[in-house]
Ligand binder design. Structure first.
Ligand SMILES: C[S@@+](CC[C@H](N)C(=O)[O-])C[C@H]1O[C@@H](n2cnc3c(N)ncnc32)[C@H](O)[C@@H]1O
Length: 356
């Protein structure tokens, strides 16, 4: 792919994603998002603002009705996604279930089941989901009757990444489409780990996570968005996050050479995203350096076991396991430049190919 002057655009919109009429129909390739989780206490106030009946239901201790009303607000956003997505486009929703005592009743509020029902009703096809096992700091794992059966409940230690597609699979027909798809390939060993249905991010450290501020903002890790963007889109695609929060999906799209649109209700977060965008080049290029290093280590062990690999990557000259990795390119970010109106322009280092 000729990469000279390659750029991507990222539009941050402060607004309410229950109305996405500003986004042209069938213009988005991938949605990566995480909504406020119904029945998790930290979101009660926000859902109460979206629909005052939520507050009334909670006040009269009617958990099931509050749960339904909260999901009714999220459903408005899911319906907007159907319109904005291209046929063959993907939706990845990170969500956790909630356990809560309301009045005398302690129960599970199964957000992942309820969201799956909503998207199926809208016409999306469900595809295999990912369980994201989270590190839990809870010193006490027992809920309920402790050591005494039969009144204890297991602890929720994982969240879901629900995966859906709008209609049948995408076609890559034109020669430039197939070339771009090949440039967007993953390493064989990454594919084996990333396409597993259980993810565990223990050991992944990001600057924000280290300070704990991501935990307080309910942000998902950069790695989660980074993988999903690489797995379900190709370079130059448009990624949408209707619940942008601290901007993680937008940063992952920047790092992966995709365009993006992010919508966030809370204006204060836009300022924070602006401040952190300056650090994306370091974050993105650091992750690429890690991937290249991990690949070199993997191939050294692979070749020691199996002998010389049969394929070499054309850009980097190093060995790869399959012919699908020979055109793989990793986009090094040169600059993230803020423009007016919440727009960010990202430029990339040229990736010259060696002479054939
Ligand atoms: C779970 S957080 C998303 C965190 C994000 N994935 C990150 O990494 O920072 C959900 C976000 O959705 C926003 N939100 C909730 N309802 C919204 C709506 N109707 N329109 C736009 N944003 C909304 C909240 O303000 C919150 O920042």
């Amino acid at each position: 792919m000729p990469d000279e002057g390659r750029e991507t655009l990222h539009q941050l919109i402060c607004g309410d994603s229950r109305d996405l009429s500003g986004i042209p129909p069938a213009s988005v390739d991938l949605v990566v998002t995480s909504p406020p989780y119904p029945m998790i206490r930290m979101w009660d106030e926000l859902f109460g603002r979206l629909n005052p009946e939520v507050g009334a239901a909670l006040a009269r201790q009617d958990g099931p009705v509050a749960f339904e009303l909260m999901h009714a607000e999220l459903e408005k956003v899911w319906a907007q996604l159907w319109r904005a997505l291209k046929p063959g486009g993907w939706v990845c929703v990170n969500v956790g279930d909630a356990t809560r005592r309301i009045g005398n009743s302690f129960r599970l509020y199964s957000n992942h089941t309820r969201i799956t029902q909503s998207l199926l009703r809208l016409g999306f096809q469900a595809l295999p989901l990912i369980l994201w096992r989270k590190q839990t700091n809870a010193p006490n794992k027992f809920l309920g009757s402790g050591m005494l059966p039969a009144g204890a409940y297991v602890t929720l230690e994982h969240e879901y990444i629900l995966v859906f597609r709008k209609a049948a699979g995408r076609k890559f027909a034109a020669p430039e489409e197939t070339a771009n798809r090949r440039a967007s390939a993953l390493f064989w060993e990454e594919r084996n780990a990333w396409y597993s249905d259980a993810w565990d991010f223990k050991g992944v450290r990001q600057s924000l996570e280290a300070t704990g501020s991501r935990e307080r903002s309910a942000a998902f890790p950069f790695e989660l968005a980074y993988r999903l963007v690489h797995m379900y889109s190709v370079r130059g695609d448009r990624v949408l996050d209707p619940f942008l929060g601290t901007g993680t999906t937008m940063f992952a799209a920047m790092a992966a050479g995709r365009h993006s649109i992010g919508i966030e209700l809370e204006e204060a977060l836009a300022e924070r995203i602006g401040a952190e965008a300056a650090g994306v080049a370091r974050l993105a290029n650091g992750r690429i350096a890690e991937r290249l290093e991990a690949h070199a280590a993997f191939m050294a062990a692979y070749e020691a076991r199996k002998g010389a690999a049969r394929h070499r990557n054309r850009r980097y000259g190093f060995p790869v396991v399959t012919s699908q990795e020979t055109d793989l390119v990793l986009d090094l970010v040169r600059e993230v430049a803020p423009e007016s109106g919440g727009l960010y322009r990202v430029s990339y280092e040229p990736q010259p190919l060696p002479d054939p």
